[in-house]
Design a protein around this ligand. Sequence first.
Ligand code: NAP
Length: 313
Amino acid sequence: MTKPIFEKLALIGSGLIGSSIAHAARAQGVVRTIVATARSEKTRQRVKELGFADEVAADNIAAVKDADLVIVCIPVGQSGAVAQEIGPHLKAGAIVSDVGSVKGSVLRDMAPFLPKNVHFVPAHPVAGTENSGPDSGFAELFVNRWCILTPPADADAAAVERLALFWRTLGAKVESMSAEHHDLVLAITSHVPHLIAYTIVGTADELGEVTQSEVLQFSAGGFRDFTRIAASDPTMWRDVFLANREAVLEMLGRFNEDLSALTRAMRSGDGDVLFEHFTRTRAIRRGIVQIGQDSAAPDFGRTHPTLTEAKKD
Ligand code: NAP
């Protein structure tokens, strides 16, 4: 057990990320008390039943009372309104952070409503699953995943380090960068891939000549991995694309150019262009495995039935 770094942690939002923080913080003894809340009575009731918080507050204002760490774990489109709501009720000296997948908009929307006597250090744990809600959280979510801090230029260095220590204790690797740079990096590594998955799963669904049952039946061929991403929370992702639209549009422009180049190569039967491109991308995948960002096991480590088992089917 670690010595607590914070006395009282307030979690605004108790979905996948909020509940995972609560589970991990409790497992590591990194805070003395956890207060959680959510927008609806239904979720707050469920949080009470699940018991991962010491207290469930009736609203956001009650949740932040006396908290020395406040983490806002809600869809990014709500950040400004929540900052306005809690701003006047924050404890002097508290650290206020968030977990939003876009950082420029969060900084822009929240900072104006936060008093001068608190430390605002936005953060993004780059860890998640396609599930949402208070039942989906688990303590190990952040282990060996990056948590990117995007402190404003004038942020208090001691507050930034304290938050970094909190995330490291939850198992994350911590990196700091500007909000603008974060949004550009995440646009290509996360946001555009999600948009492609949402698109391709929708396209397959609308195909007249391939029946829905065939799409489901033969979905092992790459499509299945897109469907996992395309099952991600609609509210969260709507907000991400609206909040990071400039960086995503910039990356989509480049993506479309590269897609056109591959389309041209296919049309003109230029196998060399395709082969060289696929060789380069294969090396990128190997690089990701080498730095420990994914398992080297084939097919994402999925287990396969034995031949004897297969015969029974
Ligand atoms: P989630 O599972 O859908 O949970 C969202 C939570 O926010 C719910 O408890 C919801 O309450 C609450 N909420 C919404 N508006 C609120 C408000 N105005 N006041 C108080 N609570 C409010 O979402 P999540 O996956 O945890 O995502 C939360 C944030 O983490 C997002 O900003 C997302 O970009 C970021 N993030 C997500 C992932 C991921 O893979 N999911 C990864 C990294 C970062 P109700 O249930 O009552 O509506």
